[in-house]
Design a protein around this ligand. Structure first.
Ligand code: ZN
Length: 203
């Protein structure tokens, strides 16, 4: 089993619940439709990785996301997550109405910073992603179509959440391809206060 770090301890998520189409500008960017209720999908524990890995044979997009860690059914921690996506595969599956696992749930498709305890107002949380020093994604919970409180209630009506499970809350606009050697830095803020950040170089 793969683990993430929460306040210095190793935690083993049984699953990652992911939210699609949660920022209107990103929905437009991929020419999708806004849906009546949240688009949910799952990545398994086996998707978790410490590295971002480039592949010559696949177009892999980054999606930087505010990610919550669940304890006792509540969002107890927050971190930065990358929802890596085989975009051409996803487009093909979407066009045929087929499930997305091949595009979303593959090995090393979920990369996370450490998680830190957070008990403040989730509406204040913001995410930023920099590639090679340039800001490519920046937005926060106030722009979400399904804000964190509604999301948690909705998710729990479908899936039991175990301690350590993660919720990726969707990506703002600005997604794009990963390239070998790119330096990714993800940050999560409480308004202007930096809560957590991590840097990876694409292998
Ligand atoms: Zn995503």
């Amino acid at each position: 089993m793969n683990c993430v770090r929460f306040d210095g301890c190793e935690v083993y998520p049984s699953k990652i619940v992911c939210v699609g189409r949660n920022y209107a500008a990103h929905v437009r960017e991929l020419e999708n439709e806004v849906t009546d209720r949240a688009v949910l999908f799952i990545k398994p524990n086996s998707a978790i990785a410490d590295d971002i890995v480039f592949r010559d044979d696949e177009l892999i997009h980054y999606e930087g996301e505010i990610t919550f860690l669940v304890i006792d059914g509540e969002f107890a921690g927050v971190g930065f997550g990358l929802d890596l996506t085989k975009r051409r595969v996803q487009d093909e599956l979407k066009s045929k109405g087929l499930p997305w696992e091949r595009a979303k749930a593959f090995d090393k498709s979920a990369v996370f910073s450490d998680f830190v305890a957070f008990a403040g107002d989730v509406a204040r949380l913001r995410v930023e992603l920099y590639i090679n020093g340039g800001l490519v994604q920046s937005d926060g919970c106030r722009s979400m179509l399904n804000p964190p409180g509604d999301l948690l209630k909705d998710i729990k009506s479908v899936f039991s959440l175990e301690n350590g499970d993660l919720v990726m809350t969707g990506t703002p606009e600005g997604v794009g391809a990963i390239n070998r050697g790119d330096e990714f830095t993800g940050k999560v803020f409480d308004e202007e206060t930096l809560l957590v950040q991590a840097t990876w170089v694409v292998k």
